[in-house]
Design a protein around this ligand. Structure first.
Ligand code: NDP
Ligand code: GDR
Length: 331
């Protein structure tokens, strides 16, 4: 039975990846931080096969202890401050967790892995935010980086240090440059889920409108469930490498609103949306669109869920959840 250790187990991707790996017969361990983490109950209920170990990406000794305890075949480093907006407000914390956290995890793998018979394989969650002010469209594995936020800068460090550990120590370390991926499990702070959740609540008469920032940026949005499979595929290759994972389509926030509002039965979303500079960023990433040809050719990976299907799944899930919440408050 293969053993996998996932950091960021309470996040969107950690939850999908854990389910995927359990389905493949893995014994899965999730790293959890803090005292009495409020999301623990949720991940335990959702995936009873999951085992939890303590550790924090800011604390090297806890990571060494976790890797020693689990003796993993594969480590997936998904833990991060992942919200770009927050990274402008807490840049030092972001650099520590999202940037240096990668180095600490690599060190734990190098130190403990050196004592194991089987080398540990390592996956780093890199991001399309590294392309930032894009030099070309679509973006590929060779497009230069120009990050536009402390988050993007931290991810560039994480990416380069992963490549460096591969080259310097021969680690089987791969980096997935994933473009935005969403799902009903997406945090409510991200624009897609903020919109589908708000439209469901507007539909049910719980709120009147939603307040957003810049509606003109464009993103290449895929389904998180498809993307975690790509992470696993990278670690099954003989040679470690870097791969762009994307749909190859891009849509603005306005287009996302068009599709979501239509699903909720509104022809025009403008009366339902307010704009506030509070939700704008000091520096914006205007357009992202990835070319995942390398992943298609080498990993045999391609996205399955279309943009319209993704929005519909998220909206319907939010409508159901909000309805259940309303009904339980009547009891
Ligand atoms: P989420 O924000 O949903 O999850 C982040 C996870 O990181 C949470 O489990 C959180 O745990 C954990 N974490 C935060 N700080 C620490 C810490 N100090 N030590 C250990 N764990 C910590 O992110 P996603 O699931 O969406 O993304 C997964 C990874 O992929 C992230 O690295 C993200 O930056 C990257 N990525 C995501 C993309 C996307 O579109 N979703 C695209 C490209 C890259 P806790 O419950 O304790 O807060
Ligand atoms: P992003 O996702 O920054 O691309 O990072 P987010 O959903 O936060 O923003 C996408 C775009 O929407 C615009 N926007 C708003 N964003 C939020 N959150 N809230 C709003 O009210 C709002 N209004 C407009 C933003 O300005 C932006 O242009 C996500 C994260 O998952 C990262 O961790 C990951 O690396 C990248 O995707 C790829």
């Amino acid at each position: 039975m293969k053993r996998a250790l996932i950091t960021g187990i309470t996040g969107q991707d950690g939850r999908y990846l854990a389910e995927f790996l359990v389905g493949r017969g893995y014994q899965v361990f999730g790293l959890v931080r803090g005292q009495n983490n409020p999301k623990l109950e949720l991940v335990r209920d959702e995936n009873p096969a999951l085992e939890l170990v303590e550790g924090d990406l800011t604390d090297l000794s806890s990571l060494i202890a976790a890797v020693e305890q689990v003796q993993p075949d594969e480590v997936y480093n998904l833990g991060a401050v992942s919200f770009v907006q927050l990274s402008f407000k807490q840049p030092e914390l972001t650099a520590d967790i999202t940037g240096l956290g990668v180095l600490r995890m690599l060190e734990a793998v190098r130190i403990v892995g050196g004592m194991q018979d089987n080398p540990i394989r390592f996956y780093q969650a890199s991001s399309s935010e590294m392309f930032g002010k894009v030099r070309e469209t679509p973006q590929t594995e060779t497009t230069p980086f120009h990050p536009r936020s402390p988050y993007g800068v931290a991810k560039v460090f994480g990416h380069h240090i992963t490549v460096n550990y591969r080259e310097a120590y021969g680690l089987h370390a791969s980096s997935g440059i994933l473009f935005n991926h969403e799902s009903p499990r997406r945090g409510l702070e991200f624009v897609t889920r903020k919109i589908t959740n708000a439209l469901a609540r507007i539909k049910l008469g719980i709120q009147d409108s939603v307040t957003l920032g810049n509606l003109d940026s464009a993103r290449d949005w895929g389904f998180a469930g498809d993307y975690v499979e790509a992470m696993w595929l990278m670690l099954q290759q003989d040679e470690p490498d870097d791969y762009v994972i994307a749909t190859g389509e891009t849509h603005t926030i306005r287009e996302f609103l068009d599709v979501a509002a239509r699903l909720a039965g509104y022809d025009d979303w403008k009366p339902l949306v307010q704009q506030d500079p509070r939700f704008e960023r000091p520096a914006e990433v205007d357009l992202l669109m990835g070319d995942a040809s390398k992943a298609r050719e080498k990993l045999g990976w391609k996205p399955r869920v279309s943009f319209e299907e993704l929005v519909a799944t998220m909206y319907r899930s939010d409508l159901r959840e909000e309805q259940l919440r309303m009904e339980s408050s009547w009891r």
